[in-house]
Design a protein around this ligand. Sequence first.
Ligand SMILES: *Cc1c(COP(=O)(O)O)cnc(C)c1O
Length: 372
Amino acid sequence: MVEINIPSDLLPLDGRFGCGPSKVRPAQLAAFSAAGAQLLGTSHRQAPVKHLVKRVQVGLMDLFHNPSGYEVVMGNGGSTAFWDVAAFSLAEAKSQLLVHGEFGAKFATALSAPWLEKPTVIQGEPGSRSELKAEAGISAYAYPQNETSTGVVAPVKRLAGVDDGALFFTDATSAAGGIDFDPKETDVYYFAPQKNFASDGGLWFALMSPKAIERVERIASSERYIPEFLSLKTAIDNSRLNQTLNTPAIATLFLLAEQVDWMNENGGLKWADGRTKAASSHLYDWAESSAFATPFVSNVEHRSQVVSTIDFIDSVDAAEVAKILRANGIVDTEPYRKLGRNQLRVATFTATELSDVQQLTKCIDYVVERLG
Ligand SMILES: *Cc1c(COP(=O)(O)O)cnc(C)c1O
């Protein structure tokens, strides 16, 4: 590796640009070392931790515009666990899924479980998006709101002409808290806290509509075998009591609560949306005017405001640039492994400052210039 020392006046104040885990704000950590630390090592069945869980649930409902009848449900295991929760507790018969990257594909695999019918998979090219289509006999439509592996965004929108009772499942893991949306346009909006919510991993959350909760109740009382850890009915019952089936990470909950409150105090999801748009626009504009970089997602409508993927021309080795950035304290700009492109991937989650993204592009220019 070529050694390049980036001058300190070009460096961002915070060099974390990963897609999860991602930047945690110093104010969250300061709050944690004061109020949060007192909760560590105390029972999750007692009032102080239950209050913390409730603070998170109420805060998330506020952030998501308080759709009436919807509930914030949670459990352990992150979004990956939720894929299996959905297969056991939410999916029935046949689903339709949008797949244009790794995360969509993983959800499609989960909803291909042996007790379900083979789903319709609408395959798109990585770096662009195809669209869900109303289809007879489909009981659920599922898609990633933000395909984190490629930086492609999808609208949260129901389709006209679907069967009665069909539900919409949105994998919002890397979008929630960074993109404004209308919660009435979906039934299950699930995510994990280590992306826009600037916390740690290990939990999943789902904003669920009354119709989705009804479906869960019906499946839970059917003959289907459901492991308790993957029972959404059990998770709903516990969430209503501000607790989880098994022990949650208290630090994760605390950092999440701080981030949700910070968002709500500053203007909610609309404000967060404005921040991620401004930061990602800077990156896309920079790439478009650069001689060596271009946005990977060519359709402007498909470009994500929370994860930007930037292709480099062949003569500039993006992997080497990422390594040099890393050596200078700017971390996790490497692309999604399996995509295998000569590119950088940069998260512009809500916690990320526009000024740091501006410094980042200066640093990339500095490094590429010196690589010759
Ligand atoms: C990160 C991510 C996941 C996986 O989340 P885990 O909490 O690590 O299981 C799933 N879907 C999307 C869209 C993601 O970005």
